[in-house]
Ligand binder design. Structure first.
Ligand code: XMP
Length: 548
C-alpha cells in the first residue's frame, strides 16, 4: 500500500544508494530471514518475529546460499504458500540450507517442501482443511511446543499434507485428520508445523514462535527501536558526511518520523520543505511549524502555495483530474524550492546531495526490492504521475526496514507529539477529495470547520484510537431547513468514520448515537452554511473510504 498518510516528496534515482535487503542494519546481531513462498500471512510472520525483539527480513524462495550467509542468520523460517509441492514450477529453497547448522522452521507449505526435500512424501489433497483444528501435542518438554498444554487449537489452511514422514522425522503433533501437524528432523535442526502459528486464531501461536526464536535458535530478542535509531542514525551520519539533505514534510506519520530522526542525527544539515497547498486540515500547518521549527529546531521552509493549487483546481470537478493537477503542482513547487535551496547552499560550499523519503518496508516488498534487491519501482504517492526521473539527488530512506507500527514506536522514542504519531491517515490531495464538486476557498473553510468539530468530539469521547479514519465530507447539494422563522437552503455534511486494519476493506464505525447527536448539533450550530448532517453507514467494499 502506498503511503496514504503523507504527501511524499518526489523520489530521485532509485539506484542511487545500494541499500539492498541483504545488508543488515548496523548493530543488529540476530537476524531471521523468512523465505516467502507466497503466503498471505508472510508479513505477519515478520512482524511477530520483530515484536519478539528479533530483526527479520523477507527474502524470495530462490535466495542463494551466499545471500543467506551474508545475513548471518540466527534461524530461518520457510513461509506457507499457495503452491503444491507437486506443481511443475513449485518454488523450492536451496536444499543446502538445511546443512547450514542454522535452525529452520517450516510453516505449512514451508514444512511440506522441506520434508519432501529431506526424504518425506507429501500427498495431494483429498479436501482442503480450513479453520480451527484441535491438536494433540506429543512433545511438550522441549522444542517448539515446550510448556504448551497437551491439547490446544490451531488455525489450519491447507490442501496437501504430509503422507509419509520418511525415516528421519518424528511427528510432534497430530490432529484427527492430519497425522503430521507438527514434525521435527531427528538430526538436522528442522522443525515444521502444518498450521499457522502467526495468526491470532492459534492461541498458543506466539508461544510456539517464541520457543523457536529463544529456545531453538537461542535468540536474546534485544532489538528495540532505540537500537534501531542509534544504528540507523550512525549509518546515515556516515553516509551524509558534510553534505546536506532535503525532505518533503507532510505532517503525516512517516515523513514526520523521518524529519525527527534526521533532525536528531544530522541537525542543521537537514532542510524540510512543507508545502501548504491550501487543502490541509485546520491547525495542520501550525502543528508542523510548532513541532519541527520550535521543538526540533530544524530548518523548515513552509511554502505558501495555496493560490497556485486553488487556481489549478478552479472549475474542476472530476476527482482524478483534481489528483493529477495537485500531484503536478506539488512537483513543480517542490522542484522550485529545492532549486532555491541548492543555490543558497552553493554559496556555502556545501552540496545538497540527498533527498530523504519515508518509504516503509511493505512498499519495498511490494515493489519487488525485498527479493534480491532487483526491481526498483518503489510505489510513490499514488497521485503523482509522470514524476521526473531525476531531481539530482541521491535517496535516503531511514524507514525502509520498518513496518508502520514500528515507525510509530520510533516516533515515540523520538519524542514526537502523541497526536502526530497516532494520526489517522490523510490523503495527499487533502480536502480536495472531501469537497465534492468544485473546490473553492469558502467550501474548504466549511469542511475544515466541520472536520475540526467532528475530530474534537471523537477525541473527547475516546474514539480516535478505536477508529482508523474519521472525517467530514462536504456534499455539492443544498437541502432545505428551518432556522428561527425562516426557511434555509444550505449545504450537507456527511460524516465518515471507519474501522479498518489495512484500508483495503473497512466497516463503518458504530459511533454511539449520543456522540453523533452532539457532533450534528455542533456542526449545524457552529458552521455557517450547513443545515444538515448525515452519517455514512456503508462498508468498503462496495463503497470506498473517501467519497471523492
Ligand atoms: P479509498 O477511498 O480508496 O481509500 O477506500 C483508501 C485509503 O487511501 C486513502 N486515499 C488516498 N491517499 N492519495 C492518498 O495519498 C489519494 O489520492 C487517496 N485516495 C484515497 C484514503 O484516505 C484511505 O486511507
Amino acid at each position: 500500500m502506498a503511503d496514504h498518510s503523507a504527501q511524499s516528496a518526489p523520489r530521485a534515482d532509485p539506484h542511487a544508494i545500494s541499500d539492498d535487503v541483504f545488508t543488515v542494519p548496523a548493530g543488529v546481531t540476530e537476524v531471521i530471514p523468512i523465505l516467502d513462498f507466497g503466503s498471505q500471512y508472510v508479513q505477519l510472520i515478520a512482524r511477530r518475529v520483530r515484536d519478539a525483539g528479533v530483526y527479520s527480513v523477507l527474502v524470495g524462495p530462490d535466495v542463494t546460499l551466499e545471500q543467506l550467509k551474508k545475513l548471518n542468520p540466527t534461524g530461518i523460517i520457510l513461509s506457507g504458500g499457495p503452491s503444491s509441492v507437486h506443481d511443475e514450477n513449485a518454488p523450492q529453497p536451496d536444499p543446502r540450507l538445511f546443512d547450514l547448522g542454522v535452525p529452520v522452521l517450516g510453516i505449512c507449505y514451508g514444512m511440506q517442501v522441506a520434508t519432501q526435500l529431506l526424504g518425506g512424501n507429501v500427498a495431494g489433497a483429498h479436501e482442503r482443511e480450513y479453520g480451527r483444528a484441535q491438536i494433540d501435542i506429543h512433545e511438550t518438554h522441549d522444542g517448539l511446543f515446550k510448556g504448551l498444554p497437551d491439547k490446544t487449537s490451531v488455525w489450519m489452511s491447507h490442501g496437501d499434507q504430509i503422507e509419509n514422514l520418511g525415516p528421519d522425522f518424528i511427528a510432534t503433533a497430530t490432529t484427527p485428520t492430519c497425522p503430521y501437524a507438527g514434525v521435527r528432523h531427528k538430526t538436522k535442526p528442522f522443525h515444521g508445523v502444518q498450521f499457522h502459528p502467526e495468526v491470532t486464531h492459534t492461541p498458543h501461536g506466539g508461544d510456539i514462535l517464541s520457543n523457536f526464536l529463544f529456545g531453538v535458535c537461542g535468540c536474546h530478542g534485544r532489538w528495540t527501536m532505540a537500537d534501531y535509531l542509534d544504528s540507523e542514525g550512525r549509518r546515515i551520519k556516515a553516509l551524509v558526511g558534510d553534505d546536506h539533505v532535503v525532505l518533503g514534510l507532510s505532517g503525516g506519520v512517516d515523513s514526520s518520523v523521518v524529519a525527527a530522526m534526521l533532525a536528531k542525527t544530522i541537525g542543521k544539515q537537514l532542510t524540510c520543505i512543507f508545502v501548504d497547498n491550501g487543502l490541509l486540515r485546520k491547525g495542520e500547518r501550525a502543528l508542523v511549524e510548532t513541532t519541527f521549527r520550535d521543538h526540533f529546531d530544524l530548518d523548515l521552509r513552509v511554502i505558501d502555495a495555496e493560490k497556485a493549487f486553488l487556481d489549478d483546481l478552479a472549475g474542476v470537478t472530476d476527482p482524478q483530474q483534481k489528483r493529477t493537477l495537485i500531484g503536478h503542482r506539488f512537483i513543480t513547487v517542490f522542484k522550485e524550492t529545492s532549486e532555491q535551496i541548492k543555490s543558497e547552499f552553493a554559496n556555502k560550499n556545501t552540496q545538497i546531495k540527498y533527498l530523504a523519503q519515508g518509504t516503509l518496508y511493505p512498499d519495498v516488498i511490494e515493489s519487488g526490492q525485498g527479493y534480491a534487491g532487483t526491481a526498483a519501482n518503489i510505489k510513490l504517492h499514488h497521485n503523482v504521475g509522470g514524476l521526473p526521473e531525476q531531481l539530482g539527488f541521491d535517496l535516503i530512506e531511514p524507514l525502509r526496514n520498518l513496518f508502520k507500527d514500528e515507525v510509530r514506536k520510533l516516533g515515540e522514542v523520538l519524542g514526537l507529539p502523541h497526536a502526530m504519531v497516532w494520526r489517522h491517515p490523510f490523503p495527499g490531495p487533502g480536502l480536495a477529495v472531501r469537497v465534492l464538486g468544485e473546490v473553492h476557498a469558502t467550501q474548504l473553510d466549511l469542511v475544515r470547520e466541520a472536520d475540526e468539530i467532528l475530530l474534537e468530539e471523537i477525541v473527547a469521547n475516546q474514539l480516535y484510537e478505536k477508529t482508523a479514519q474519521v472525517f467530514a465530507v462536504l456534499l455539492p447539494v443544498k437541502a432545505v431547513g428551518v432556522m428561527g422563522d425562516g426557511r434555509t437552503h444550505e449545504q450537507v455534511i456527511a460524516i465518515r468514520a471507519v474501522e479498518s486494519q489495512d484500508f483495503m476493506t473497512a466497516d463503518w464505525a458504530r459511533i454511539p448515537y449520543d456522540v453523533l447527536a452532539t457532533i450534528s448539533n455542533r456542526i449545524i450550530n457552529e458552521v455557517r452554511g450547513v443545515n444538515r448532517v448525515c452519517y455514512d453507514i456503508s462498508s468498503k467494499p462496495p463503497a470506498t473510504i473517501e467519497w471523492e
